[in-house]
Design a protein around this ligand. Structure first.
Ligand code: ATP
Length: 324
């Protein structure tokens, strides 16, 4: 016989991403649709350990889809990586009558979700990170907004750099992955894109391209550097020394994590948050909600964590071929 799920806890964990609020809203509203009470958990797994939970209702998520950040706050929680921490979180769930958890975040968050599930609390993960570096899902909430923010900033930067005929070395986020850098680089027409996945030959891939461009009459050069490559100052100095072109560094930083989510992030978050509740309401557990080949699907957490997402070589090739 199916046991009725009564209370579902929702938390956001790891780095924030625009669209997390839209996922919270969808989860809350779908809980109410099913007659389930949604419970907000503050500061990721910290809130579960400390019992920092509160009942939510339909009105508590009014006007939320358009807001960046997360109203539940997010945090890292070292204590939750220990068996004692997990046991304490389970006690909170039992005490608060929570029958299921939706954990919105990245890989680390899903590792935690797997532990909770193993300990007997039904848990489903929802992928949200601007890095788009989660192997199991072709898309993660926040990526599109972050890319558009970066593009808007770079467009503005280009206006001034073009006027001074400079080279811009721009670092975009992405942690160890180059997905954001390649996407943004292709969109802004970068002269070169440096990512951690592919080895970089500065002389051949950057300096020579700048020289050739100048020879062809190009006035401005955009070099997009993924956070995982870094060393922007060094790169700018070498470009300047080799070409005589004034090269300036801009590190876009956390601005990429803020702002009102794009339509893509809002709708993806709504679909994923909704699906997480559907699964928990059916009594399912130990799953990550994923976007694969235009469909929302679910994958067992352990399997999801084993999956990798290589950088799209075609996208990189397109950016390289047209950057003349
Ligand atoms: P982002 O991609 O933005 O960094 P993330 O979810 O990968 O997001 P992490 O800091 O790696 O961010 O993980 C978030 C939290 O998940 C950790 O602070 C910790 O509480 C929990 N967590 C991570 N790994 C484990 C683990 N092996 N066991 C239990 N909990 C974990």
């Amino acid at each position: 016989m199916e046991t009725k799920v009564r209370r579902i806890g929702i938390l956001t964990s790891g780095g924030d991403a625009p669209g997390m609020n839209a996922a919270i809203r969808a989860a809350v509203r779908n809980c109410i649709h099913h007659g389930i009470t949604p419970i907000g958990i503050r500061r990721g797994y910290n809130g579960l350990i400390q019992g920092d939970t509160f009942e939510m209702d339909a009105r508590s998520v009014n006007n939320l889809s358009n807001r960046g950040g997360t109203i539940l706050y997010t945090a890292r929680c070292k204590e939750f990586t220990t068996p004692e921490g997990v046991q304490q979180a389970v006690r909170t769930c039992r005490y608060a009558g929570i029958d299921g958890i939706i954990a919105i975040g990245g890989d680390g968050t899903f590792r935690g979700a797997g532990k909770l599930s193993e300990a007997g609390i039904n848990t489903v993960g929802v992928p949200a990170t601007i890095d788009n570096d989660i192997g199991c899902s072709h898309y993660t909430i926040g990526f599109d907004t972050a890319a558009n923010t970066a593009i808007e900033c770079i467009d503005k930067l280009s206006d001034t750099m073009q006027s001074h005929e400079r080279a811009s070395v721009v670092e975009v986020m992405g942690r160890h992955a180059g997905h954001l850098a390649v996407y943004v680089g292709l969109a802004v027409g970068a002269t070169a894109i440096l990512v951690p996945e592919f080895p970089v030959n500065l002389e051949r891939d950057v300096i020579e391209k700048v020289r050739e461009g100048r020879y062809r009459g190009k006035h401005h050069f955009l070099i997009i550097v993924a956070e995982g490559v870094g060393k922007c100052d060094e790169i700018a100095q070498q470009i300047e020394a080799a070409t005589g072109i004034d090269a300036r560094v801009s590190i876009l930083g956390h601005i990429q994590r803020g702002g009102s989510p794009t339509a893509r992030d809002r709708t993806m978050a709504a679909r994923m948050g909704h699906t997480a509740v559907e699964e928990l309401a059916k009594g399912h557990t130990d799953l990550v909600v994923c976007y694969r080949d235009s469909h929302i699907v679910t994958i067992p957490i352990a399997e999801a964590l084993r999956m990798t997402k290589p950088l799209d070589p075609y996208m990189y090739k397109v950016a390289y071929d047209v950057s003349i």
